[in-house]
Design a protein around this ligand. Structure first.
Ligand SMILES: [Zn+2]
Length: 282
């Protein structure tokens, strides 16, 4: 899937490596997190966020939140069944069981000041079909909500009727176009589950212009009803070996269960998917 945008906001994220592969400290073990009380929504969310190399670099180099850093270092040292997410949830405060991953994502981001990693700006242009008068505005989101198709995120167009026009001063028909204005290193997309439709396909990469490619690094699947159910994550992780070589591993992570899967299964679109995480390929 390809389109053009005006800006990629990668310049303010420090990069201490010229190598396209992440350095060793940006590789974390793929381990499960304990579900200490209806927190599968948060376990799955953190598994996807921790799959982002940009996020790990931000935490290790830029972030001044020592509280998160100490938690983060604890998972690097933990061998199995980490309580990282439980401790993090309690430190954030306002802890609630049985939340939606997508709604809680905004709360976590606000609490931990991660917003510049995830910011997406859409430009909206409305044009009067009678006199050509234009209104432009920019909409900022951190978790892009779509109803049915990723095309909506890339670009959308619709007609608005009976809009009182500032140009011709009568109620007119307007054309509304929305397209991406700027992006941060990580794109988070949520399917509007209240809309009731399912994504039938999502691509492994999103391409913007000639240079910016975003790779799929994680998805969250939701099973069950709107007020509860169960969440699991599929993730793509860099791994390092004793000889120093890197490979990419793919996993389904269901709380403490970490199940290796093939690349094909990771990229296979399934109807339970409702959140997608893409990151800029550097
Ligand atoms: Zn007009």
């Amino acid at each position: 899937m390809s389109t053009n945008i005006e800006n990629i906001n990668d310049t303010n994220i420090s990069n201490d490596s010229n190598d396209s592969k992440p350095d060793k400290k940006l590789i974390i073990p793929s381990l499960g997190f304990q579900n200490t009380g209806a927190i599968c929504y948060f376990n799955s969310l953190m598994q996807c966020i921790l799959s982002s190399t940009h996020f790990l670099r931000f935490i290790l180099n830029d972030n001044k939140d020592h509280r998160f850093l100490s938690f983060f270092q604890s998972i690097c040292n933990d061998l199995w069944n980490s309580t990282f997410t439980t401790e993090l949830l309690h430190s954030i405060g306002n802890f609630q069981p049985n939340q939606s991953s997508s709604e809680y994502f905004l709360m976590v981001m606000d609490a931990l000041k991660w917003d510049r990693l995830f910011e997406c700006r859409h430009k909206m242009v409305k044009e009067c079909r009678s006199c050509g008068h234009k209104n432009e505005s920019v909409d900022i989101s951190y978790n892009v909500l779509i109803d049915n198709s990723l095309e909506e995120f890339m670009k959308s167009e619709c007609d608005l009727e009976n809009v009182l026009c500032d140009g011709c001063k009568v109620k007119s028909s307007y054309r509304q176009q929305q397209f991406i204005h700027s992006l941060s290193p990580v794109i988070v997309i949520s399917l509007n589950k209240y809309f009731g439709k399912k994504l039938t396909h999502y691509p492994s990469t999103l391409v913007f212009g000639d240079t910016a490619t975003y790779n799929l690094i994680g998805t969250i699947e939701h099973f069950g009803g709107l007020q509860g159910g169960h969440y699991i994550a599929r993730v793509r992780r860099f791994e390092t070996h004793d000889d120093g070589n890197h490979t990419i591993g793919y996993y389904i992570i269901d709380d403490t269960k970490v199940i290796p899967i093939t690349e094909e299964i990771f990229y296979k679109s399934v109807p339970e998917t409702y959140m997608l995480f893409y990151e800029l390929n550097t």
